[in-house]
Design a protein around this ligand. Structure first.
Ligand code: DLL
Length: 435
């Protein structure tokens, strides 16, 4: 495949030049953060690190880590490094105040983020001649706006569909002859099945490529989607904390994702000791944003387990590659692309007068996540009247939908029906086998 680059000079830069660029940016970024964010200043002072101690990337390890707990402590404005009047956008994850990540962007931050997404679309073969259908959610979630921005930058005809309404997705896809589809892999698989049901063969579908991410997916799932839609399916990674999609993206080699390391410096650490591990080791992925203005994060612990590789890539890009994330160091589940913590379910149950005796069962049926929550009735709430049970299940499912942003199927079970564990309670049964 002929290679196109969106920012060739950066994407194919020599390791030496890249290190120089990263070092210059890091020195500036550390000063910006130290001077403008008291929270960071305290963390650095506590660790005894001064801005002058950081003269390049090789000094990065001296800086303290920052974690989701810090984001929670500092919510909502405590990590803001620019006056609010210089910010033009926020994005956020779903969830309760404590769990919700709210990230701020200046216009420059939005621009750099959209460049990252443009690199991803270009690596998937996108040019201004393409029609790019963006079926990630628009709104607080970063997926829709991120890829929309990248698509505009390249000059593709952009279809800002948002997620859902599959009938309409298919109609626009076929009427407008969309050539690139951006959405979660599970939604891509679902669209593929719907097309098949309507009698479309892969050769009738105008798409040539898909850019799928925001949740774990397997190589088998890739092959399935590629076959049904008759496309090449590319992975894309990102997280709200560091902007959104486009932190890393796949190229034609499809053996891992190139990290946009001129903007996000990646490290792999031992999650228990915090020690930086050598290339090729499996550990927790940590990112430092090198030029974000409003919400810069230094050494942010993502909780994604991953491996980095600097093996030469046939696409010509020299950007370091990350493997597909291989799991998490925390209990976060990603169900239909939405981040779900068991503690959120617990919060709902306690609020509604239930005990925290529950079990989450997640599976993937026909490439679609199923999401069930079994909840014990308390002795006070116990009833064997079917209509009451159905009403209570509906009401609980509704409260969970408000909390999580996705709909579970709730099953009420009699008191003591969920097996008690002698050790840690088994709260989650994930049958998806994603890794
Ligand atoms: O999922 C941003 C995104 C949007 C990425 C669209 C790609 C496409 P969050 O909702 O904050 O942001 O979730 C971030 O999702 O820490 C990973 O655990 C997981 N994740 C994201 N991309 C992938 C991927 C967006 N390609 C969390 N493979 C991250 C596996 C992924 N997991």
């Amino acid at each position: 495949m002929e290679q196109n680059y969106y920012q060739k000079e950066i994407e194919t830069m020599s390791a030496e030049e890249m290190k120089k660029l990263q070092s210059e940016k890091l020195v500036k970024q550390v000063k910006h953060v130290y001077e403008n964010v008291p929270y960071y200043r305290n963390l650095m002072d506590e660790k005894g690190v001064k801005t002058d101690d950081i003269s390049g990337i090789e000094d990065l390890h001296k800086l303290p880590f920052i974690s989701n707990a810090d984001l929670r402590d500092a919510y909502p404005y405590g990590l803001l490094a620019k006056p609010l009047e210089d910010c033009v956008r926020i994005h956020s994850t779903s969830g309760t105040t404590g769990r919700r990540v709210v990230a701020f962007y200046t216009q420059n931050d939005v621009d750099l983020w959209e460049d990252c997404c443009a690199r991803a679309i270009t690596a998937a073969g996108g040019t201004k001649k393409d029609v790019c259908q963006v079926a990630y959610g628009y709104g607080l979630f970063t997926g829709g706006f991120g890829l929309n921005g990248g698509s505009h930058k390249i000059g593709c005809l952009t279809l800002p569909m948002s997620s859902g309404n599959t009938e309409r997705q298919i109609q626009f896809m076929t009427d407008m002859q969309a050539t690139i589809l951006c959405c979660t892999p599970s939604y891509a698989a679902y669209i593929g099945e719907s097309l098949k049901e309507q009698g479309y063969k892969p050769e009738d579908i105008p798409l040539k490529a898909g850019i799928f991410g925001a949740e774990p997916w397997t190589e088998e799932m890739r092959q399935g989607i590629e076959k049904t839609l008759g496309i090449k399916a590319y992975d894309i990674y990102g997280l709200t904390e560091t902007t959104g999609p486009g932190v890393a993206f796949e190229c034609s080699e499809q053996t891992g994702m190139h990290v946009n390391e001129d903007h996000f410096y990646a490290e792999i650490i031992d999650p228990d000791t915090g020690e930086v591990l050598p290339e090729g080791s499996k550990g927790e992925l940590v990112f430092t944003s090198l030029d974000k203005e409003a919400f810069p994060l230094l050494r942010y612990r993502t909780r994604d387990i991953c491996v980095l590789s600097r093996k030469k890539c046939s696409c010509g890009r020299t950007l370091v590659k990350m493997a597909k994330p291989m799991g998490r160091t925390d209990d976060m589940l990603i169900i239909r692309g939405v981040n779900v913590f068991p503690s959120q379910i617990e919060t709902v149950l306690l609020k509604e007068g239930y005990e925290p005796n529950y079990q989450i069962v997640v599976d993937r049926v026909n490439n679609n996540d199923t999401f069930e929550v079994n909840v014990e009735m308390t002795t006070e709430k116990f009833t064997d009247k079917l209509s009451d049970i159905i009403g209570m299940e509906k009401s609980l499912a509704n409260s969970m939908k408000i909390m999580l942003g996705i709909n579970p199927t709730v099953h009420l079970v009699p008191p003591k029906a969920i097996a008690r564990s002698e050790g840690k309670a088994v709260r989650v049964i994930d049958k998806r086998n994603l890794i």
